[in-house]
Design a protein around this ligand. Structure first.
Ligand SMILES: [Zn+2]
Length: 239
């Protein structure tokens, strides 16, 4: 067989492996990013709970201040009882004390409700923190694995590219250009073997005379239908 054709087949073998390695490597950064995003979203759930808890705590602190105000007001009103002179004044004061007492009771109820909802949020927060921490741990392990895998693939790609370069230098320039041009236009492979009388690239049946010519392997023959370089059942191990 034409030595150049054999070299092209070697090159094609490397290109197929290289293509697989590159495809595998290309997926990984996206998967790593997805995992990072997942970790971030767990963290943001925790942050949401923290913010809600903070809001409730602030609201309760405000109610506590209100309670102090109401308490001071009540004390003030009660001290006025001692200096009351008329029945009208007494009635007005009693009325006001009644209101203030009601305010205190309402504020206490509201503060209690807030305390309950705070303790619910605290439980949610603790659960969110725990699950975020667990998930983050798992994700970090996974990211570590994917990162090593990516490194391994990048090393393998570098080795394959080096192999490709070494073979390329042994192929004459015109042939290499021809190969690269066909590969670029087809996207999969440039050298097609003949299987059952048909081109394996486009499955079009070839004229018997052409098959004989290809078998001789003394010159490059391109498939008239797809333009790939034809080859008589070359040994091709895709793995
Ligand atoms: Zn073809």
């Amino acid at each position: 067989m034409l030595v150049q054709l054999e070299l092209l087949l070697d090159l094609q073998h490397i290109d197929l492996e290289l293509g697989e390695l590159v495809a595998e490597a290309e997926i990984l950064p996206k998967r790593i990013q997805e995992l990072e995003d997942e970790k971030e979203s767990a963290k943001s759930e925790v942050r949401d709970s923290e913010v809600r808890l903070e809001e409730k705590q602030k609201a309760r602190q405000k109610l506590e201040r209100d309670l102090e105000d109401h308490g001071a007001r009540l004390k003030d009103l009660e001290s006025k009882r001692l200096v009351i002179k008329t029945n009208e004044e007494y009635a007005a004061l009693t009325h006001e004390i009644g209101f203030t007492t009601q305010d205190i009771s309402k504020t206490e109820d509201a503060a209690l409700e807030l305390m309950e909802s705070e303790s619910n949020i605290k439980r949610e927060l603790a659960a969110a923190q725990e699950s975020a921490a667990t998930r983050a741990g798992e994700i970090d392990v996974k990211i570590g694995e994917l990162t090593s895998e990516l490194e391994r693939l990048n090393d393998a790609i570098a080795i394959k590219r080096d192999e490709r370069l070494r073979i390329s230098t042994r192929i004459d320039k015109q042939t290499l250009l021809r190969y690269d041009r066909i590969l670029a236009s087809k996207g999969d492979f440039a050298v097609a073997r003949i299987a059952d009388g048909a081109c394996e690239g486009c499955y079009v049946r070839l004229p018997a005379q052409m098959v004989i010519e290809v078998r001789k392997a003394d010159r490059f023959i391109e498939c008239e239908s797809c333009g790939r370089i034809l080859c008589w059942k070359p040994e091709r191990d895709d793995g």
